[in-house]
Ligand binder design. Structure first.
Ligand code: ADP
Ligand code: GLC
Length: 509
Protein backbone atom coordinates (compact mmCIF):
# COMPACT_ATOMS: atom_id res chain seq x y z
CA UNK A 1 0.00 0.00 0.00
CA UNK A 2 1.22 3.46 -0.89
CA UNK A 3 0.64 5.96 1.90
CA UNK A 4 1.13 9.71 1.75
CA UNK A 5 1.73 11.06 5.27
CA UNK A 6 1.29 14.81 5.75
CA UNK A 7 2.72 16.56 8.77
CA UNK A 8 4.10 19.89 9.97
CA UNK A 9 6.81 18.18 12.08
CA UNK A 10 8.95 15.11 11.60
CA UNK A 11 11.75 13.78 13.78
CA UNK A 12 14.72 13.98 13.19
CA UNK A 13 14.23 16.92 10.83
CA UNK A 14 12.00 19.33 12.69
CA UNK A 15 10.45 18.91 16.10
CA UNK A 16 8.63 20.91 18.75
CA UNK A 17 7.01 17.94 20.53
CA UNK A 18 5.61 14.45 20.33
CA UNK A 19 3.91 14.97 16.96
CA UNK A 20 7.35 14.90 15.37
CA UNK A 21 8.27 11.72 17.24
CA UNK A 22 5.07 9.93 16.26
CA UNK A 23 5.08 11.06 12.63
CA UNK A 24 8.80 10.24 12.52
CA UNK A 25 8.59 6.69 13.84
CA UNK A 26 5.41 5.40 12.22
CA UNK A 27 6.65 5.23 8.58
CA UNK A 28 9.39 2.72 9.41
CA UNK A 29 7.00 0.58 11.45
CA UNK A 30 4.50 0.63 8.57
CA UNK A 31 7.26 -0.15 6.10
CA UNK A 32 7.97 -3.35 8.07
CA UNK A 33 4.39 -4.31 7.26
CA UNK A 34 4.97 -3.74 3.57
CA UNK A 35 3.76 -0.14 3.21
CA UNK A 36 5.46 2.42 1.00
CA UNK A 37 5.19 5.62 3.02
CA UNK A 38 6.27 9.05 1.75
CA UNK A 39 5.99 12.02 4.04
CA UNK A 40 5.09 15.48 2.79
CA UNK A 41 6.75 18.13 4.96
CA UNK A 42 7.26 21.86 4.42
CA UNK A 43 10.77 22.80 3.37
CA UNK A 44 11.57 24.93 6.41
CA UNK A 45 14.68 27.09 6.24
CA UNK A 46 16.94 24.62 8.03
CA UNK A 47 15.94 21.79 5.66
CA UNK A 48 16.93 23.65 2.49
CA UNK A 49 20.37 21.94 2.26
CA UNK A 50 18.51 18.64 1.75
CA UNK A 51 17.27 19.72 -1.68
CA UNK A 52 20.29 21.61 -2.93
CA UNK A 53 21.17 20.50 -6.47
CA UNK A 54 17.98 18.41 -6.78
CA UNK A 55 15.34 18.68 -9.48
CA UNK A 56 11.75 18.97 -8.23
CA UNK A 57 9.31 16.17 -9.01
CA UNK A 58 6.49 18.72 -9.06
CA UNK A 59 6.42 22.40 -9.90
CA UNK A 60 3.11 24.23 -9.91
CA UNK A 61 1.03 27.07 -8.54
CA UNK A 62 -1.09 26.42 -5.46
CA UNK A 63 -3.57 29.01 -4.19
CA UNK A 64 -1.60 31.58 -6.15
CA UNK A 65 1.81 30.60 -4.76
CA UNK A 66 4.59 29.04 -6.79
CA UNK A 67 5.57 25.74 -5.17
CA UNK A 68 7.96 22.88 -5.87
CA UNK A 69 8.10 19.43 -4.36
CA UNK A 70 11.36 17.50 -4.01
CA UNK A 71 11.51 13.74 -3.47
CA UNK A 72 14.45 13.12 -1.14
CA UNK A 73 15.57 10.05 0.80
CA UNK A 74 17.15 11.06 4.11
CA UNK A 75 17.73 9.47 7.52
CA UNK A 76 15.53 6.49 6.74
CA UNK A 77 12.66 8.62 5.42
CA UNK A 78 11.27 9.09 1.93
CA UNK A 79 10.46 12.75 2.04
CA UNK A 80 8.42 14.95 -0.24
CA UNK A 81 9.65 18.39 0.67
CA UNK A 82 7.35 21.27 -0.15
CA UNK A 83 9.20 24.37 -1.21
CA UNK A 84 7.20 27.60 -1.01
CA UNK A 85 9.88 30.08 -0.08
CA UNK A 86 7.57 32.94 0.89
CA UNK A 87 5.71 30.69 3.31
CA UNK A 88 8.35 28.43 4.84
CA UNK A 89 11.81 29.90 4.31
CA UNK A 90 11.91 32.01 7.47
CA UNK A 91 13.35 32.09 10.98
CA UNK A 92 11.54 30.63 13.97
CA UNK A 93 9.90 27.27 14.60
CA UNK A 94 7.28 25.64 12.35
CA UNK A 95 4.40 27.70 13.69
CA UNK A 96 5.82 31.03 14.76
CA UNK A 97 8.55 33.03 16.37
CA UNK A 98 9.18 34.49 19.83
CA UNK A 99 5.99 33.05 21.27
CA UNK A 100 3.76 34.49 18.51
CA UNK A 101 2.17 32.40 15.74
CA UNK A 102 2.88 33.50 12.16
CA UNK A 103 0.02 35.70 10.90
CA UNK A 104 -0.29 33.63 7.71
CA UNK A 105 -0.42 30.16 9.28
CA UNK A 106 -3.80 29.55 7.66
CA UNK A 107 -2.31 30.07 4.22
CA UNK A 108 0.88 28.15 5.00
CA UNK A 109 -0.97 25.03 6.07
CA UNK A 110 -3.70 25.37 3.46
CA UNK A 111 -0.96 25.29 0.82
CA UNK A 112 0.59 22.22 2.48
CA UNK A 113 -2.81 20.50 2.47
CA UNK A 114 -3.69 21.49 -1.07
CA UNK A 115 -0.37 20.15 -2.35
CA UNK A 116 -1.08 16.90 -0.48
CA UNK A 117 -4.46 16.69 -2.19
CA UNK A 118 -2.85 17.27 -5.59
CA UNK A 119 -0.31 14.51 -4.95
CA UNK A 120 -3.10 12.20 -3.83
CA UNK A 121 -4.80 12.82 -7.15
CA UNK A 122 -1.70 11.93 -9.13
CA UNK A 123 0.28 15.17 -9.53
CA UNK A 124 3.58 13.30 -9.19
CA UNK A 125 3.96 11.17 -12.29
CA UNK A 126 5.48 8.00 -10.86
CA UNK A 127 3.88 7.80 -7.42
CA UNK A 128 0.22 8.01 -6.54
CA UNK A 129 -0.84 7.07 -3.02
CA UNK A 130 -3.68 4.68 -2.17
CA UNK A 131 -4.40 6.57 1.05
CA UNK A 132 -3.49 9.85 2.73
CA UNK A 133 -2.70 9.97 6.45
CA UNK A 134 -2.82 13.51 7.81
CA UNK A 135 -1.63 14.68 11.21
CA UNK A 136 -3.39 17.38 13.25
CA UNK A 137 -5.04 20.59 12.03
CA UNK A 138 -2.06 21.66 9.94
CA UNK A 139 -2.81 18.96 7.39
CA UNK A 140 -6.54 18.53 7.99
CA UNK A 141 -7.68 20.58 4.97
CA UNK A 142 -6.25 17.81 2.79
CA UNK A 143 -9.39 15.82 3.61
CA UNK A 144 -11.60 18.81 2.78
CA UNK A 145 -9.99 19.47 -0.60
CA UNK A 146 -10.12 15.76 -1.44
CA UNK A 147 -13.78 15.49 -0.50
CA UNK A 148 -14.52 17.58 -3.59
CA UNK A 149 -12.37 15.55 -5.95
CA UNK A 150 -12.76 12.40 -7.98
CA UNK A 151 -11.59 9.73 -7.97
CA UNK A 152 -12.04 9.40 -4.22
CA UNK A 153 -8.90 8.84 -2.18
CA UNK A 154 -9.38 7.59 1.40
CA UNK A 155 -8.03 9.83 4.14
CA UNK A 156 -7.23 9.24 7.81
CA UNK A 157 -6.93 12.18 10.19
CA UNK A 158 -4.92 11.58 13.36
CA UNK A 159 -5.57 13.92 16.27
CA UNK A 160 -2.51 14.47 18.39
CA UNK A 161 -3.98 17.32 20.35
CA UNK A 162 -7.53 18.62 20.14
CA UNK A 163 -6.53 21.89 21.80
CA UNK A 164 -5.07 23.11 18.52
CA UNK A 165 -7.74 23.49 15.89
CA UNK A 166 -6.67 26.03 13.28
CA UNK A 167 -9.48 28.52 13.60
CA UNK A 168 -9.56 31.50 11.24
CA UNK A 169 -11.92 34.24 10.09
CA UNK A 170 -14.55 33.24 7.55
CA UNK A 171 -13.43 35.99 5.18
CA UNK A 172 -10.22 34.00 4.59
CA UNK A 173 -12.17 31.26 2.79
CA UNK A 174 -11.57 32.64 -0.69
CA UNK A 175 -7.81 32.95 -0.21
CA UNK A 176 -7.70 29.40 1.11
CA UNK A 177 -9.57 28.00 -1.87
CA UNK A 178 -12.57 26.92 0.20
CA UNK A 179 -15.85 27.34 -1.69
CA UNK A 180 -18.94 28.65 0.14
CA UNK A 181 -20.73 25.29 0.10
CA UNK A 182 -17.92 23.84 2.27
CA UNK A 183 -17.99 26.76 4.68
CA UNK A 184 -21.24 25.64 6.28
CA UNK A 185 -21.99 24.01 9.61
CA UNK A 186 -21.82 20.62 7.87
CA UNK A 187 -18.12 21.06 7.24
CA UNK A 188 -15.78 23.95 8.02
CA UNK A 189 -17.91 26.57 9.75
CA UNK A 190 -17.30 26.85 13.47
CA UNK A 191 -18.88 29.64 15.50
CA UNK A 192 -18.84 31.85 12.42
CA UNK A 193 -15.18 31.08 11.69
CA UNK A 194 -13.45 28.42 9.65
CA UNK A 195 -11.99 25.51 11.59
CA UNK A 196 -9.39 23.45 9.75
CA UNK A 197 -9.79 20.68 12.29
CA UNK A 198 -13.55 20.54 12.03
CA UNK A 199 -13.25 20.41 8.25
CA UNK A 200 -10.95 17.41 8.64
CA UNK A 201 -13.19 15.74 11.19
CA UNK A 202 -16.21 16.00 8.93
CA UNK A 203 -14.55 14.87 5.71
CA UNK A 204 -11.84 12.34 6.67
CA UNK A 205 -12.70 8.73 5.90
CA UNK A 206 -11.65 7.81 9.43
CA UNK A 207 -10.31 9.62 12.48
CA UNK A 208 -7.80 8.32 14.97
CA UNK A 209 -6.27 9.72 18.09
CA UNK A 210 -3.21 8.66 19.99
CA UNK A 211 -4.68 6.60 22.84
CA UNK A 212 -7.95 4.74 23.40
CA UNK A 213 -8.52 6.67 26.64
CA UNK A 214 -8.23 10.05 24.89
CA UNK A 215 -10.53 8.73 22.15
CA UNK A 216 -13.19 8.20 24.83
CA UNK A 217 -12.43 11.43 26.70
CA UNK A 218 -12.85 13.69 23.67
CA UNK A 219 -16.43 12.55 23.23
CA UNK A 220 -17.31 14.39 26.44
CA UNK A 221 -18.08 18.13 26.72
CA UNK A 222 -15.35 18.46 29.38
CA UNK A 223 -12.55 17.16 27.17
CA UNK A 224 -13.93 17.59 23.66
CA UNK A 225 -12.69 21.19 23.34
CA UNK A 226 -15.90 22.16 21.57
CA UNK A 227 -15.57 19.32 19.04
CA UNK A 228 -17.33 16.61 21.03
CA UNK A 229 -20.52 17.04 18.98
CA UNK A 230 -18.71 16.54 15.67
CA UNK A 231 -16.73 13.68 17.17
CA UNK A 232 -19.89 12.04 18.42
CA UNK A 233 -21.14 11.97 14.84
CA UNK A 234 -17.91 10.28 13.77
CA UNK A 235 -17.90 7.97 16.78
CA UNK A 236 -18.04 4.83 14.61
CA UNK A 237 -15.08 6.03 12.56
CA UNK A 238 -13.00 7.16 15.54
CA UNK A 239 -10.45 4.95 17.23
CA UNK A 240 -7.55 5.34 19.62
CA UNK A 241 -4.19 3.85 18.70
CA UNK A 242 -1.51 4.38 21.30
CA UNK A 243 1.86 5.83 20.28
CA UNK A 244 5.01 3.78 20.62
CA UNK A 245 8.67 4.39 21.38
CA UNK A 246 11.24 4.65 18.61
CA UNK A 247 13.45 1.90 20.04
CA UNK A 248 16.55 3.09 18.21
CA UNK A 249 16.35 6.72 19.27
CA UNK A 250 15.39 6.00 22.87
CA UNK A 251 17.60 3.12 23.94
CA UNK A 252 19.64 3.48 27.14
CA UNK A 253 21.94 0.67 25.97
CA UNK A 254 23.18 2.66 22.98
CA UNK A 255 22.13 6.28 23.60
CA UNK A 256 25.05 8.46 22.44
CA UNK A 257 23.87 11.42 24.53
CA UNK A 258 24.40 9.81 27.94
CA UNK A 259 27.56 9.25 29.99
CA UNK A 260 26.92 5.63 30.96
CA UNK A 261 24.88 3.28 28.82
CA UNK A 262 22.89 0.67 30.71
CA UNK A 263 20.27 -2.06 30.47
CA UNK A 264 17.88 -3.51 33.04
CA UNK A 265 20.70 -5.87 34.05
CA UNK A 266 23.18 -3.03 34.59
CA UNK A 267 20.74 -0.49 35.95
CA UNK A 268 23.08 0.49 38.80
CA UNK A 269 25.14 2.31 36.18
CA UNK A 270 22.34 4.87 36.11
CA UNK A 271 23.92 6.52 39.16
CA UNK A 272 26.79 7.68 36.92
CA UNK A 273 24.25 9.47 34.74
CA UNK A 274 22.53 10.89 37.79
CA UNK A 275 25.64 12.48 39.21
CA UNK A 276 26.82 13.66 35.80
CA UNK A 277 23.43 15.32 35.31
CA UNK A 278 23.51 17.05 38.70
CA UNK A 279 27.02 18.23 38.06
CA UNK A 280 26.31 19.46 34.55
CA UNK A 281 23.40 21.55 35.83
CA UNK A 282 25.20 22.86 38.89
CA UNK A 283 23.05 21.03 41.44
CA UNK A 284 24.37 19.68 44.72
CA UNK A 285 24.88 15.91 44.96
CA UNK A 286 22.37 13.98 47.06
CA UNK A 287 21.49 10.50 48.24
CA UNK A 288 17.87 11.53 47.71
CA UNK A 289 15.74 11.28 44.57
CA UNK A 290 16.15 13.39 41.44
CA UNK A 291 12.91 14.45 39.78
CA UNK A 292 13.03 15.38 36.10
CA UNK A 293 10.55 17.25 33.91
CA UNK A 294 10.96 17.42 30.12
CA UNK A 295 8.03 19.26 28.67
CA UNK A 296 6.46 22.02 26.70
CA UNK A 297 5.78 24.62 29.37
CA UNK A 298 2.05 25.08 29.03
CA UNK A 299 -1.15 24.92 31.04
CA UNK A 300 -1.89 21.52 29.45
CA UNK A 301 1.20 20.08 31.09
CA UNK A 302 0.31 21.29 34.63
CA UNK A 303 3.68 23.00 34.92
CA UNK A 304 2.23 25.65 37.25
CA UNK A 305 1.82 22.94 39.91
CA UNK A 306 5.55 22.31 40.19
CA UNK A 307 6.66 25.33 42.27
CA UNK A 308 4.13 24.35 44.89
CA UNK A 309 5.70 20.95 45.55
CA UNK A 310 9.31 22.14 45.70
CA UNK A 311 9.34 22.50 49.51
CA UNK A 312 8.29 18.84 49.84
CA UNK A 313 10.95 17.66 47.37
CA UNK A 314 13.65 19.63 49.17
CA UNK A 315 12.53 18.52 52.63
CA UNK A 316 13.00 14.95 51.49
CA UNK A 317 16.50 15.57 50.10
CA UNK A 318 15.34 15.65 46.50
CA UNK A 319 16.37 17.72 43.51
CA UNK A 320 14.13 19.04 40.76
CA UNK A 321 15.22 19.56 37.15
CA UNK A 322 12.82 21.22 34.75
CA UNK A 323 13.72 21.38 31.09
CA UNK A 324 11.44 22.97 28.54
CA UNK A 325 10.17 26.03 26.81
CA UNK A 326 6.76 27.53 26.21
CA UNK A 327 4.59 30.15 27.85
CA UNK A 328 6.60 33.20 28.81
CA UNK A 329 4.91 33.60 32.21
CA UNK A 330 5.65 29.98 33.14
CA UNK A 331 9.23 30.33 31.98
CA UNK A 332 9.64 33.41 34.18
CA UNK A 333 8.14 31.68 37.22
CA UNK A 334 10.44 28.72 36.80
CA UNK A 335 13.50 30.91 36.43
CA UNK A 336 12.53 32.69 39.65
CA UNK A 337 11.99 29.34 41.36
CA UNK A 338 15.45 28.11 40.40
CA UNK A 339 16.93 31.37 41.64
CA UNK A 340 15.20 30.92 44.99
CA UNK A 341 16.64 27.39 45.42
CA UNK A 342 20.14 27.42 43.95
CA UNK A 343 21.82 23.98 43.86
CA UNK A 344 18.47 22.29 44.56
CA UNK A 345 16.24 23.25 41.63
CA UNK A 346 17.28 23.79 38.03
CA UNK A 347 15.08 25.40 35.38
CA UNK A 348 16.70 24.93 32.00
CA UNK A 349 14.62 26.99 29.61
CA UNK A 350 15.17 26.05 25.99
CA UNK A 351 15.02 23.17 23.56
CA UNK A 352 17.85 20.63 23.76
CA UNK A 353 17.51 17.04 22.61
CA UNK A 354 20.68 15.90 24.39
CA UNK A 355 19.57 17.27 27.73
CA UNK A 356 16.19 15.55 27.30
CA UNK A 357 18.03 12.21 27.01
CA UNK A 358 20.36 13.00 29.92
CA UNK A 359 17.38 13.77 32.15
CA UNK A 360 15.67 10.50 31.23
CA UNK A 361 18.87 8.59 31.99
CA UNK A 362 19.79 10.41 35.19
CA UNK A 363 16.52 11.13 36.98
CA UNK A 364 14.96 8.69 39.41
CA UNK A 365 11.50 9.96 38.53
CA UNK A 366 9.89 11.87 35.68
CA UNK A 367 6.96 14.07 36.68
CA UNK A 368 4.08 14.71 34.25
CA UNK A 369 1.18 16.46 35.95
CA UNK A 370 -0.80 17.02 32.73
CA UNK A 371 -4.34 18.37 32.81
CA UNK A 372 -4.97 16.41 29.63
CA UNK A 373 -2.63 14.25 27.62
CA UNK A 374 -3.63 12.67 24.32
CA UNK A 375 -0.85 10.10 24.66
CA UNK A 376 2.38 11.44 26.04
CA UNK A 377 5.72 10.06 24.94
CA UNK A 378 7.88 11.39 27.73
CA UNK A 379 6.50 8.82 30.20
CA UNK A 380 7.13 6.02 27.67
CA UNK A 381 10.76 7.09 27.30
CA UNK A 382 10.97 7.29 31.10
CA UNK A 383 9.81 3.68 31.42
CA UNK A 384 12.47 2.53 28.99
CA UNK A 385 15.15 4.47 30.88
CA UNK A 386 14.07 3.25 34.32
CA UNK A 387 12.97 6.70 35.53
CA UNK A 388 9.66 6.00 37.24
CA UNK A 389 6.88 8.19 35.83
CA UNK A 390 4.71 10.18 38.25
CA UNK A 391 1.69 11.09 36.14
CA UNK A 392 -1.83 12.44 36.37
CA UNK A 393 -4.44 9.83 35.48
CA UNK A 394 -5.59 11.22 32.14
CA UNK A 395 -5.46 10.26 28.45
CA UNK A 396 -2.48 8.17 27.45
CA UNK A 397 -0.89 8.62 30.87
CA UNK A 398 -3.79 6.72 32.44
CA UNK A 399 -3.30 3.67 30.26
CA UNK A 400 0.47 3.46 29.82
CA UNK A 401 1.50 3.66 33.48
CA UNK A 402 0.45 1.16 36.14
CA UNK A 403 0.13 2.81 39.52
CA UNK A 404 2.19 1.33 42.35
CA UNK A 405 -0.76 0.65 44.61
CA UNK A 406 -0.60 -2.31 46.99
CA UNK A 407 -2.34 -4.69 44.59
CA UNK A 408 -0.13 -3.78 41.62
CA UNK A 409 3.03 -4.02 43.76
CA UNK A 410 1.98 -7.44 44.98
CA UNK A 411 1.14 -8.57 41.44
CA UNK A 412 4.55 -7.35 40.24
CA UNK A 413 3.12 -5.10 37.53
CA UNK A 414 3.50 -1.55 38.89
CA UNK A 415 5.54 0.83 36.73
CA UNK A 416 5.00 4.29 38.21
CA UNK A 417 2.73 6.55 40.23
CA UNK A 418 -0.59 8.07 39.23
CA UNK A 419 -2.69 10.77 40.82
CA UNK A 420 -5.99 12.37 40.04
CA UNK A 421 -7.03 15.08 39.48
CA UNK A 422 -4.07 17.20 38.41
CA UNK A 423 -3.83 19.46 41.44
CA UNK A 424 -1.25 20.38 44.03
CA UNK A 425 -2.63 18.19 46.81
CA UNK A 426 -2.82 15.01 44.77
CA UNK A 427 0.55 15.59 43.14
CA UNK A 428 2.04 16.04 46.59
CA UNK A 429 0.52 12.77 47.78
CA UNK A 430 1.92 10.95 44.74
CA UNK A 431 5.38 12.45 45.35
CA UNK A 432 5.25 11.30 48.95
CA UNK A 433 4.44 7.75 47.87
CA UNK A 434 7.18 7.86 45.25
CA UNK A 435 9.81 9.05 47.74
CA UNK A 436 8.76 6.35 50.22
CA UNK A 437 9.26 3.79 47.45
CA UNK A 438 12.64 5.35 46.59
CA UNK A 439 13.75 4.95 50.20
CA UNK A 440 12.84 1.25 50.12
CA UNK A 441 15.70 0.27 47.84
CA UNK A 442 14.44 -3.23 47.12
CA UNK A 443 11.02 -2.02 46.15
CA UNK A 444 12.45 0.78 44.04
CA UNK A 445 14.68 -1.60 42.07
CA UNK A 446 11.73 -3.90 41.50
CA UNK A 447 9.58 -1.07 40.18
CA UNK A 448 12.42 0.09 37.99
CA UNK A 449 12.85 -3.39 36.50
CA UNK A 450 9.12 -3.62 35.82
CA UNK A 451 9.11 -0.19 34.17
CA UNK A 452 12.00 -1.14 31.93
CA UNK A 453 10.21 -4.31 30.84
CA UNK A 454 7.11 -2.44 29.66
CA UNK A 455 6.89 -2.81 25.91
CA UNK A 456 5.64 0.14 23.92
CA UNK A 457 7.20 -0.58 20.56
CA UNK A 458 5.57 0.83 17.44
CA UNK A 459 5.01 -2.64 15.94
CA UNK A 460 1.66 -3.30 17.57
CA UNK A 461 0.36 0.21 16.93
CA UNK A 462 1.53 0.19 13.31
CA UNK A 463 -0.40 -3.07 12.80
CA UNK A 464 -3.53 -1.32 14.08
CA UNK A 465 -3.01 1.61 11.69
CA UNK A 466 -2.41 -0.87 8.89
CA UNK A 467 -5.59 -2.78 9.54
CA UNK A 468 -7.52 0.50 9.54
CA UNK A 469 -5.86 1.59 6.29
CA UNK A 470 -6.61 -1.78 4.70
CA UNK A 471 -10.25 -1.51 5.69
CA UNK A 472 -10.41 1.78 3.77
CA UNK A 473 -8.37 0.81 0.74
CA UNK A 474 -9.22 -2.90 0.60
CA UNK A 475 -9.85 -4.47 -2.83
CA UNK A 476 -13.62 -4.54 -2.34
CA UNK A 477 -13.95 -1.13 -0.78
CA UNK A 478 -15.85 1.08 -3.15
CA UNK A 479 -14.10 4.45 -3.08
CA UNK A 480 -17.38 6.26 -2.68
CA UNK A 481 -18.07 4.41 0.54
CA UNK A 482 -14.90 5.58 2.19
CA UNK A 483 -16.33 9.04 2.74
CA UNK A 484 -18.68 9.90 5.55
CA UNK A 485 -22.26 10.63 4.72
CA UNK A 486 -23.16 13.41 7.07
CA UNK A 487 -26.59 14.88 6.68
CA UNK A 488 -27.88 18.22 7.77
CA UNK A 489 -29.96 16.46 10.42
CA UNK A 490 -26.90 15.14 12.15
CA UNK A 491 -25.57 18.64 12.24
CA UNK A 492 -28.66 19.85 14.01
CA UNK A 493 -27.12 17.96 16.91
CA UNK A 494 -23.91 19.95 16.61
CA UNK A 495 -25.87 23.16 16.78
CA UNK A 496 -27.54 21.90 19.94
CA UNK A 497 -24.16 20.90 21.37
CA UNK A 498 -22.85 24.40 20.84
CA UNK A 499 -24.94 25.52 23.70
CA UNK A 500 -23.00 23.10 25.91
CA UNK A 501 -19.57 23.73 24.44
CA UNK A 502 -17.18 25.44 26.79
CA UNK A 503 -14.00 26.01 24.78
CA UNK A 504 -13.58 27.19 21.25
CA UNK A 505 -9.97 25.97 21.00
CA UNK A 506 -6.87 27.78 20.01
CA UNK A 507 -5.73 28.52 16.53
CA UNK A 508 -2.02 28.24 17.10
CA UNK A 509 0.23 25.30 16.44
P1 ADP B 1 3.84 16.88 23.57
O1 ADP B 1 3.84 16.34 22.20
O2 ADP B 1 2.47 17.23 24.06
O3 ADP B 1 4.79 17.99 23.78
P2 ADP B 1 4.93 14.27 24.33
O4 ADP B 1 5.22 13.69 25.66
O5 ADP B 1 4.12 13.45 23.41
O6 ADP B 1 4.29 15.70 24.57
O7 ADP B 1 6.28 14.53 23.53
C1 ADP B 1 7.22 15.46 23.93
C2 ADP B 1 8.47 15.24 23.12
O8 ADP B 1 9.18 16.46 23.04
C3 ADP B 1 9.43 14.24 23.74
O9 ADP B 1 10.21 13.66 22.71
C4 ADP B 1 10.30 15.13 24.63
O10 ADP B 1 11.56 14.55 24.90
C5 ADP B 1 10.44 16.33 23.73
N1 ADP B 1 10.71 17.60 24.40
C6 ADP B 1 9.82 18.38 25.07
N2 ADP B 1 10.41 19.50 25.50
C7 ADP B 1 11.70 19.42 25.10
C8 ADP B 1 12.84 20.29 25.23
N3 ADP B 1 12.74 21.45 25.87
N4 ADP B 1 14.01 19.89 24.70
C9 ADP B 1 14.09 18.70 24.05
N5 ADP B 1 13.07 17.86 23.89
C10 ADP B 1 11.88 18.22 24.40
C1 GLC C 1 0.58 15.80 21.20
C2 GLC C 1 0.10 15.40 22.58
C3 GLC C 1 0.86 14.27 23.19
C4 GLC C 1 1.14 13.17 22.19
C5 GLC C 1 1.83 13.76 20.98
C6 GLC C 1 2.15 12.71 19.91
O1 GLC C 1 1.49 16.81 21.18
O2 GLC C 1 0.06 16.51 23.45
O3 GLC C 1 0.13 13.74 24.28
O4 GLC C 1 1.97 12.17 22.76
O5 GLC C 1 1.00 14.71 20.38
O6 GLC C 1 1.01 12.02 19.51
Amino acid sequence: MRILAVTAELFPFVKTGGLADAAGALPEALAKLGADVRTLLPLYRKLIPLVRGQTPCLKTDILGWPVSVYAVAAKGHRLLLLEAADLFDRDGHPYGMKGEPFADNDLRFAVLSKVAAEIALGAISDWKPDLVHVHDWHAALTCVYLSEATPKVPTVLTLHNLAFQGQYAMDRAGVLGLPPHLCTVDCLEYYGDISFLKGGLTTASAVTTVSPTYAREILTPDMGMGMHGVLAIRRDDLRGIVNGVDQDVWDPATDPYIIANFTAATVTRRSLNKYALLQALGLAPTQGPVFGVVSRLTWQKGIDLLPQVVPLIIARKGRLIIHGEGDTALEENLRALAKRYPELVCAHIGYDERLAHMIQAGSDFIIQPSRFEPCGLTQLYALRYGALPIVSRTGGLAETIIDANDAAIEAGVATGFQFEPANEEDLRAALDRAIDAYNDRQLFRRLQAQAMQANFSWDKSAAQYMSLFESLVGPDASAGDTFPHITSETFAKIRADRRLAGTAGSSTG
